[in-house]
Design a protein around this ligand. Structure first.
Ligand SMILES: Cc1ncc(COP(=O)(O)O)c(C=O)c1O
Length: 469
């Protein structure tokens, strides 16, 4: 008998048929994924139809895919089956999206809960309780080590979270109309963010929207001097355009720019000057969220009290802008029909709670130990083929290497060769170009990392041999 004191939705959630269906579905997925324990080449009989599909898709979307990657819809942790029958070891995970890899039971369960929910998308006039739970979780985590974030607005892309953060900063600091960012930063591809992103190619043909000035980023090989240079340039800009800067835009670890972590003293020195001038400090954590020793990289760097607005995305599935009371926006500035799909919101809750519970954070947490293990493996490959690998670089769940001479052509060639050999990576930066890995930190094991290094070793060996031939 159903308990009539419960809401209907709670009665449905407690229905034994649902529990049984969940069990059956999870068993079926597990049965079908269990043979996926390593990489596999494509099937010859699927080659032609797969290539035709890729070509048509490339034409439909006005640009071919960098990798011939179309997932068939099933995976097993870091392994994913493609529609050509191949199985890849996915160590780039959609540039940091699949934190629990592919077809993970946590996410299958979230999908089943979503399947019986009343709504596909949540947003403006259609919020369910999960949206509230997620906002609360993200704010609580952000305040765990001294932050003062009071508000969280969900959204569907990293760019939109960043766009919202810019609007918040501009409104509060009106009539300031300029932004300061770091050279080589990436912020997204809206009209405003294409202007912040320091890559001319991404704004070809676009009108100027906001005025952005750049500071050089931290240099690990010259920490003190690079900090002094950036601070003095910041002071120069603030003098040159007094009262005109609304925000200091910071990626705490440069992602697309090439996996360059910043430094606590560097950020503190800049933020001190910026705050004195009333400039809003924004941390763009769309790529770094959940990948350092703390859920937020601003916590990893001890900037809890110094960041006013933080944006997250990718691994969280739902993106968000968190901000302090000082940056509360006025009604009407930000609203969206869609702030996230119910599936994305349920997955976000499962992923973020899962990473916290299974010990991904903290000194000596999984993010750190996986990083150290992977870096050692990559170093060994570099030692075997001198001159083939510089680095590795990065932090926590973000790892990169500079291949050979670091030209974009070599990095791209290595990414493609690795893909053909079964290992997925992607390029970052430009001078030098690097190869990056965003491992699925929720489910990757040392065995997976060993396999990644074996494939890397094979491909590096082939490239080294070709270079000397
Ligand atoms: C640091 C950073 N900010 C913003 C974005 C944009 O996110 P999205 O592609 O979800 O719009 C990205 C995406 O790569 C990013 O790495």
């Amino acid at each position: 008998m159903a308990d009539d004191t419960l809401l209907l939705s709670d009665q449905l959630k407690a229905d034994p048929r649902l529990a049984q269906a969940k069990k059956l579905i999870l068993e079926a997925v597990a049965d079908h994924q269990k043979t996926m324990q390593s990489v596999r080449p494509p099937r010859t009989e699927l080659k032609q139809s797969y290539e035709a599909m890729l070509e048509k898709f490339g034409s439909l979307r006005n640009g071919s895919l960098f990798f011939p990657y179309l997932s068939s819809g099933i995976g097993n942790g870091p392994f994913v089956e493609l529609a050509d029958g191949s199985v890849k070891l996915d160590m780039i995970t959609g540039i940091g999206v699949h934190g629990y890899g592919h077809s993970h039971p946590l996410l299958v369960e979230a999908a089943i809960d979503t399947a019986v929910s009343d709504t596909v998308m949540q947003g403006n006039l259609q919020q369910n309780t999960e949206s509230y739970e997620l906002c609360e979780l993200l704010v609580n985590l952000a305040n765990e080590t001294g932050g003062a974030f009071k508000h969280c607005f969900l959204t569907t892309s990293g760019a939109m979270a960043n766009e919202n953060s810019l609007k918040i900063a501009f409104q509060k600091n009106h009539p300031a109309n300029r932004v300061i960012a770091f050279s080589h930063c990436f912020a997204g591809r809206t009209l405003a963010l294409a202007q912040v992103t320091d890559k001319a190619k991404y704004r070809v043909g676009l009108p100027d929207t906001i005025a952005v000035d750049y500071l050089p980023f931290f240099k690990h090989d010259d920490p003190q001097r690079s900090t002094e240079i950036a601070v003095s340039h910041l002071k120069y800009l603030l003098d040159r355009h007094p009262g005109k800067y609304a925000a200091l835009w910071m990626e705490l670890i440069q992602g697309e720019g090439g996996y360059y972590p910043g430094d606590v003293n560097f950020f503190k020195a800049l933020i001190e000057v910026a705050k004195e001038a009333g400039v809003c400090t924004i941390a763009d954590e769309v790529q770094t969220f959940c990948r350092t020793t703390r859920p937020y990289a601003f916590q990893h760097f001890g900037l809890d009290k110094l960041v006013d607005v933080v944006t997250i995305g990718k691994i969280s599935q739902v993106c968000a802008t968190l901000f302090t009371d000082e940056y509360k926006f006025q009604p009407g500035l930000i609203s969206q029909t869609f702030t996230g799909s119910t599936m994305a919101i349920n997955s976000a809750l499962a992923i973020v709670n899962g990473l916290v519970k299974q010990g991904n954070f903290g000194e000596g947490g999984r993010n750190q130990t996986l990083h150290d293990y992977f870096v050692k493996g990559i170093q060994k490959v570099g030692e075997k083929y001198p001159g083939s690998i510089a680095g590795p670089h990065g932090l926590g769940g973000m790892v990169a290497l500079t291949p050979f001479d670091g030209t974009p052509e070599v990095a791209s060639e290595m990414a493609k060769r690795l893909f053909d050999a079964g290992l997925m990576s992607f390029m970052a930066g430009g001078d030098p170009a690097r190869l990056r890995f965003l491992m699925p930190i929720g489910c990757v094991t040392h065995d997976h990392l060993d396999l990644a290094c074996q494939i890397l070793e094979r491909v590096v060996g082939e490239m080294a041999e070709a270079a000397t031939a």
